[in-house]
Ligand binder design. Sequence first.
Ligand SMILES: *Cc1c(COP(=O)(O)O)cnc(C)c1O
Length: 473
Amino acid sequence: MSPTSLNFASALKTAYEASLKHLDSLDAAPVAAQATVAQLRAQLQKPLNTSGLPADEVVRELVRDVDGGLHGNAGGRFFGWVMGGAVPASLAADWLTSTWDQNAGMYAVAPSAAIAEEVAGEWLKELLDLPRAASFAFVTGCQMAHVTCLAAARNGLHAQRGYDVETLGLSGAPPVRILATAHLHSSALRAIRLLGFGTGSIEYIAVDEKEQVRADALCDALARHHGEPIIVILQAGEIHTGVSDNFTELIPLAKAAGAWVHVDGAFGLWARASEKLRAQVAGVELADSWATDGHKWLNVPYDSGYAFVRDREAHRRAFTQKAAYLHANNENRDQVDWNPEFSRRARGFATYAAIRQLGRSGIAEIVENCCRHAYAITTGIGKLKGARALNVPCLNQGVVQFLDPRAGATAEDHARRTEQVIERVLASGEAFFKPSVWKGEKVMRISVCSWQTSDEDVERAIRAVENALQSFD
Ligand SMILES: *Cc1c(COP(=O)(O)O)cnc(C)c1O
């Protein structure tokens, strides 16, 4: 071993062994972190050290001190929020990304990182069946994918009106109107704030009983704002129901009015990867920009989102740091032209490796299995005494509620019961769910995104809820 690897060996070996131990423990360990805030502070809070410590000791203590505060979302029984696990090749590539420590801002600074990203970007467009000429960016998550796409929209809509927003800013520009629904994800709201549109620029459009945008309501809004720069935000996969908007009908209406159509497809866009499910997102390819995640359904470690933009030039103009003459002579793709960051992690490697490990069929299989499992968990819980399925998944998202059995129990009583059941399930360590509010009611949301979830995990999750319900008797 060279002297350099000797310096690293003990720390990396400790990390490697702790990693395997963590992964092997997921089946038996509590899924929900069991430590309290006070316990975690007591474990992790230390005085700032004056002198350094041996690397392997630091790593060993870190592993020890985070104990009890890690959720088991890398395993198969974590159904809270919308969170995936990490497939092995992708996790390994993520480790190597840190080892190689490439600064993936530009080709010149990190050549292989630039090319891996270029290749993986093309693969993603193929998998998701988006326009092959669309530009893309690998960002930290769907949050920054929204920022990236909507910055491109800001540039594109203003450029059409002969206004250079990159130079002149927004203050003299015609205000952009944003049409979206009340279930717009909070990350999109924040993108709207960051880009200077302001949430006051949003006009909310009515949805039907399936929570899909109503075509008549969209037409009315488009007509009311005729001639203004308009962004329409549609949804592929709503977080409670997994329902997608009717893109085939809506997008042509918006485009005919000159609007830019952006799609939040954080997880729902992955229905495109399955022959069985893709009809749910038919027509989504007609949009102008798409935001999605790798760290949800593709099961890439965190720090992985993707932005795709139909109008490459609007996208490039919104981000490039270089003079046009430099760009024209460039045969390679520099991420800095498409991404909001400058120095950045070479996050393309993990995506590259996940796609290589799974292939088209493996990705379709994960997506389809998650949907099957979400259906089984939701209907399985729905059949239990004291439970009710409010939304049976069409995709990977379900909604259930628990009922206070007392005669004359109020909505508040049912809400309390729902919270209590969730708390008891979490305390059992057998499965992880979170409460939410849906159509005005307190509910438990079921989200299945992990490649690890098995039929046995589904059984265990249902049994955990059944036990929690029986504990009230
Ligand atoms: C998770 C999610 C987001 C935000 O994505 P991040 O990766 O957390 O930034 C946006 N929209 C929807 C529908 C989501 O599920």
